[in-house]
Write a protein that binds this ligand. Structure first.
Ligand SMILES: NC(=O)c1ccc[n+]([C@@H]2O[C@H](COP(=O)([O-])OP(=O)(O)OC[C@H]3O[C@@H](n4cnc5c(N)ncnc54)[C@H](O)[C@@H]3O)[C@@H](O)[C@H]2O)c1
Length: 263
């Protein structure tokens, strides 16, 4: 086989359409902006509908194409509506980034395993696990029809090095990896890749308090790259996993934490 050296395309997601859940804030917002910079049209789907529309407006004001939608991913009907609206607006769906989760904007209990409120355990799995099942059920048929697609799920590096708290959150993020592998095998036949990103502790809060900054700094000493992690540190990997360059990569989990967990 001969290798051809070709110049890198300037925009790796040119004319691709991507749905980014949880794109109104934090890391999802960084994905939305970077995807547009790479040439994509984006659907920002968030339980905070106003926040989603605000990010979409910022993108449109800068000349990009985006729509913002209020979607609670734990409701199948809303996920189906999200996919329909994306199709009506942009005519295709190339990528789905399952970034929304109960994490920092919607606070969670940090207590021992036996002190987690049962309703909170259930809601965690309803959003973080069932939610991505619902978004995939809604979007995959459109990808199958075109025999092309990219799905990126979001787990967490805490699955591999647990801090010893938030057992419901970490269990839900471990489930995301099993979900990713199984779905990758089931729909690979349609040329759809399914991968996962596992971020390390990331300063994703919009107006972080000193306490939050100190909390994020605590991981720094354990990393090969010894600095705070920011949302932009994750965006390039999400672009890659939605681009043509990752066409033969599926069922994988990429830990992005500055070289803290090494497996
Ligand atoms: N920041 C970190 O340190 C870190 C580390 C590991 C993994 N992660 C993961 O990365 C992703 C983004 O994290 P973040 O730091 O930006 O979190 P965040 O809490 O700031 O953002 C999550 C987004 O999801 C939205 N959302 C919550 N519930 C929803 C629902 N039911 N339907 C639709 N949208 C919903 C929120 O409104 C918010 O915009 C999450 O999956 C999180 O678990 C983050």
């Amino acid at each position: 086989m001969q290798f051809e050296i070709s110049p890198l395309p300037a925009q790796r997601l040119k004319d691709r359409v991507a749905i980014i859940t949880g794109g109104a804030h934090g890391i999802g917002k960084a994905y939305a902006h970077r995807f547009v910079a790479e040439g994509a049209k984006v659907v920002i789907a968030d339980i905070d509908g106003e926040g989603a529309e605000q990010v979409a407006q910022e993108i449109r004001a800068a000349g990009g194409q985006a729509i913002g939608l209020m979607v609670d991913i734990s409701k199948l009907a809303l996920c189906q509506q999200m996919a329909q609206t994306a199709m009506e607006h942009f005519g295709q769906i190339d990528a789905l980034v399952n970034n929304a989760a109960l994490f920092s904007r919607i606070p969670m209990t940090r207590a021992r395993f036996d002190a987690i409120p049962e309703e909170e355990w259930d809601r965690m799995f309803e959003v973080n696990v069932k939610g991505i099942w619902y978004t995939c059920r809604s979007v995959v048929p459109f990808m199958e029809a075109r025999q092309h697609g990219r799905i990126v799920n979001v787990s967490s590096s805490t699955v591999f090095q647990s801090p010893g708290t938030r057992i419901h959150y970490i269990s839900s993020k471990a489930a995301v990896i099993g979900f990713t592998r199984t779905l990758a095998r089931e729909i690979g036949i349609s040329n759809i890749t399914v991968n996962c990103i596992s971020p390390g502790s990331t300063l994703s809060e919009e107006n972080p308090s000193e306490e939050t900054k100190d909390y994020r700094k605590r991981r720094v000493a354990d990393r090969a790259i010894q600095r705070i992690q920011y949302p932009d540190d994750l965006a390039g990997a999400a672009v890659f996993l939605c681009s043509q360059d990752s066409a033969f990569i599926s069922g994988q989990n990429l830990i992005i934490d500055g070289g803290q967990v090494m497996i």
